[in-house]
Ligand binder design. Sequence first.
Ligand SMILES: [Zn+2]
Ligand SMILES: [Zn+2]
Length: 296
Amino acid sequence: MDDFRRDSISLVFGGNYPHCHSVLIDDEVRAVIDAASDRQKLLAFKARGPVDALITSHAHEDHFLYNSLFPESGLWVHEADAPAFTSLRRFIDMFEPGDGEIALWEEYLTREAGYVPREVNRVLRDGDTLDFGGTLCRVVHTPGHTPGHCSFYFPRDRILYLADWDLVKSGPYYGDPASDLDQTISSLQRLKTIPADIYLTAHGKGVHEGDPEIIEHYLGSIEAREERLLEFLRKSPATLDRITDQGIIYGRAKSIGAWNMAVSERHMMHKHLVRLMRMGRVFREGDRYCAATPAA
Ligand SMILES: [Zn+2]
Ligand SMILES: [Zn+2]
C-alpha cells in the first residue's frame, strides 16, 4: 500500500498543496513525518497500531494538514518552529500579514488546512538521534525555508528525507519573511555531504537517487534566478514592485489557498537584492535597484 518502502521506512505520496508526501516509520516506536499526504493511508497506518510520534519537518500547513488525525501522538518539531504549532496567531505572524489578511488566514488555516493548536511534546535539535527501535534517525537542522526546517537521515538504510528541499524543477523556496537565502544555500551544501542511496522529498517526484549532483543542480536554480534578476536590472534600474511584476521565479502571480505567490516572489527577490548589494553587484538609488557595472 505504500509508494516506497525500505525496511521499516516508507513514503506515502500526497497530492498538490496543501498536501505533501509522508514518511512512515513502522518499528517498535511508530512514527509519521509530515502527516499531509493521503488521509486514508494515514488512517490505515494508525489502524495497524498506535502512532507514538508525529513529527513535522517544519511549520507549513502543507506538512501538518492531517496532524489532527493523531491527537494521541506526541508532536515532535524543531525548537525554532515550535511556537507556530502551539498558537495559530503565532503561526500566522510568521507571514507578517496585513491587518486585513489575518482573518482570512485564520479562516483558511482552521477550515481548510486542519490547524489545531497543540502542545509540542519533544523539541528537536540538530544532531538529535531519534530511536525508533531498530531504526535510528538523525535530525539534520536545515533552515532557510523556515527557521526550524529539518531533514531526517536514516544512516542504516542510507535514506535522507530532505522535506521541503524538494528537488523540484522550479527550485528552492525561501519566500516567507522568516526564510533566509544564505541559510538555504548552506543547508543544501550540507545536505550534499550526507552519504545516501536515496533522497526522499516532500513534494514532486518523492523518491530520488542519492546523488549530490541532483542537489547541486537544485542549488544552481538560485544562481539562475540571480542572473535573470541582474540581466533585468542591466536593462534599466527598477523598484521592487517592478521587479516583482517580472515574475522571474514564479511567472504570472497567482494565489493558492490564502497564499498569494506574488508576495513570495517579492520576498525572494528582495532577499536576492540584499545578497547582491552585499556582493557589490547591485546598488540602490532612492527606491530603485541598479546593476553595478563590472570593472573593466
Ligand atoms: Zn514548506
Ligand atoms: Zn511543503
